[in-house]
Design a protein around this ligand. Structure first.
Ligand SMILES: [Fe+2]
Length: 215
């Protein structure tokens, strides 16, 4: 991938995203033993903005299009793992990610602001899980729109079995408690909450584990 992992830890100055909670341990499922039964990742609506057209560049680095200049916004490095409920890695699955730019605009004809989108942002990307079920994206913190909390859309497409469509949110976002789509999740929202950790003045890192039903 084009994403470059910045490993030096800067102070946890929450500058560009004051709504962030302090960094916490990655969400829950990763430490389970092989015999444990993990909670399946809850589904969420696809929403109206799944891309109708995809750019030629649809790799896992959404922060630039081709060799263009970087998109605006704070960089988010998302590291993930895809497993079944027995914590067995699921390799060779396609992970799709789509989202707004830093101002909350989608690349989609249904978004009235789409003409003013950041054309240096890729909006949609794909990653493939490796033998350990791992995948990575480099993107930006999505801007908010309407009354919805800040979120990323994801679609998990395994080689076998049903597709899982869901959304990822950010712990500490004040919009979570009033969002109807989130409230329907009840306590299972925990599996979809990211805990971004500030790694540099313009870069946060977060982890997620997706759990699909095994075949
Ligand atoms: Fe959305």
């Amino acid at each position: 991938m084009k994403a470059t992992r910045i490993t030096c830890a800067f102070a946890l100055a929450i500058l560009a995203f004051p709504g962030l909670a302090p960094a916490q341990a990655p969400q829950g499922n990763t430490g389970a033993g092989a015999s444990a039964s993990l909670t399946l990742t809850p589904r969420q609506p696809e929403g109206p903005y799944y891309p109708t057209q995809k750019l030629a560049d649809r790799d896992n680095d959404l922060t630039r299009v081709g060799h263009g200049v970087p998109a605006q916004g704070q960089v988010l490095v998302l590291s993930g793992r895809l497993v079944d409920e027995r914590n067995t890695p699921i390799p060779s699955a396609r992970i799709e990610l789509w989202q707004t730019d830093h101002r909350g605009i989608y690349m989609h004809p249904g978004d009235s602001g789409t003409a003013n989108r950041d054309r240096d942002f890729q909006f949609y990307g794909e990653a493939s899980t490796d033998e350990a079920g791992r995948f990575d994206f480099k993107t930006i913190l999505p801007g908010v729109y309407g009354s919805r909390p800040r979120h990323l859309h994801a679609k998990i497409v395994p080689q076998q079995g049903p597709v899982l469509t869901t959304q990822l949110y950010f712990r500490g976002d004040k919009r979570l408690s009033s969002d109807g789509i989130v409230r329907r999740l009840g306590p299972t929202i925990a599996a979809l909450l990211l805990d971004p950790e500030q790694r540099s003045p313009n870069e946060v890192h977060a982890q997620v584990t997706f759990v699909l039903r095994g075949n």
